[in-house]
Ligand binder design. Structure first.
Ligand SMILES: O=P(O)(O)OC[C@H]1O[C@H](O[C@H]2O[C@H](CO)[C@@H](O)[C@H](O)[C@H]2O)[C@H](O)[C@@H](O)[C@@H]1O
Length: 266
């Protein structure tokens, strides 16, 4: 047994170690596998990530990344095509990437209007930028002089845009995203657990969008573990809900590596 793991051996972790073939290990991407950086296009997986995921993927039933990113972006930024058997569910579950094949739904009709309106809406807000993700559009304020004030200023007008177009607003770390409604990480994880006939589950996340996946772990009735990839930004509420709190992506990778160590023996 790995030394660090002994101290946090919850019932969920014990179930994963006792029956790894029945385990589903789910992870979020930004803030969980990839450190948060100012420019969304510069985000990349922790250097040890692909190797540790590949190692763990050989040992457990299923490994899945569930992300607000387009699946192909997560695969690219995470070098996830180096992880055999990995499934990537992008856009909160709208898209699926598996064995190099991407399944993606039609574009929501409201997005064209959002694209046309957003530049006017953010005009004059220094450092605010738009991330166009094809099937959703995100507005980032991390690079604004006052990121929280910029988010607060944008919340109401973006809410109006959402109401006008039938899109949903997804809030996150200094980001407000307009995306198709009806899908969240909770429903996506629940469906994946069913598809894989999971007998235990671990999910690691760091942001508001991951709260639904934490709830899905609990609602599954399976032995489960929730892991919060801790940061100063969204701390209290997620950290209090999680079974295990680790120190950002480096801590998540270390935990996953410890699980792989425990499964392979001394
Ligand atoms: O579900 P996730 O994989 O966690 O994706 C959520 C959003 O993550 C990205 O934004 C966040 O990370 C950026 C890069 O570190 C950071 O600059 C930004 O402030 C964060 O909000 C991504 O850009 C979004 O599209 C995702 O929806």
């Amino acid at each position: 047994m790995t030394k660090g793991l002994e101290k946090i051996l919850t019932d969920g972790l014990k179930a994963i170690l006792a029956d790894p073939a029945g385990a589903v290990i789910g992870v979020d991407f930004d803030g969980t596998l990839a450190p948060i950086v100012p420019d969304p296009e510069s985000a990349r997986i922790h250097p040890a990530g692909p190797g540790v995921l590949a190692r763990l993927g050989d040992l457990v039933g299923s490994l899945v990344v569930i992300t607000g990113r387009p699946a192909a972006t997560a695969v690219e930024y995470g070098s996830l095509d180096r992880v055999p058997g990995l499934v990537v569910l992008g856009h909160y579950g709208l898209e699926r990437w598996e064995a190099g094949r991407l399944t993606t739904p039609p574009v929501h009709p409201g997005l064209a209007y959002v694209r046309a309106e957003l530049p006017r809406l953010i005009a004059g807000l220094d450092g605010v930028r738009i991330e166009d993700k094809d099937r959703s559009v995100a507005v980032h304020t991390r690079q604004a002089p006052e990121p929280q004030a910029a988010i607060d200023a944008l919340r109401a007008p973006i809410g109006v845009l959402a109401a006008e177009t039938g899109l949903a607003v997804e809030p996150g770390k200094f980001v407000l995203e307009l995306r198709p409604p009806g899908v969240d990480k909770g429903g996506t994880l629940t469906a994946f657990l069913r598809e894989r006939s999971a007998r235990s589950v671990l999910f690691a996340g760091d942001d508001l969008g991951d709260v639904a996946a934490f709830a899905a772990v609990r609602a599954s009735g399976l032995p489960g573990v929730t892991v919060f990839s801790g940061s100063a930004e969204v701390g209290a509420e997620l950290g209090a809900e999680a079974d295990i709190v680790v120190d950002g992506p480096a801590g998540v990778i270390e935990l996953l590596d410890s699980i792989a160590d425990a499964l392979t023996g001394p």
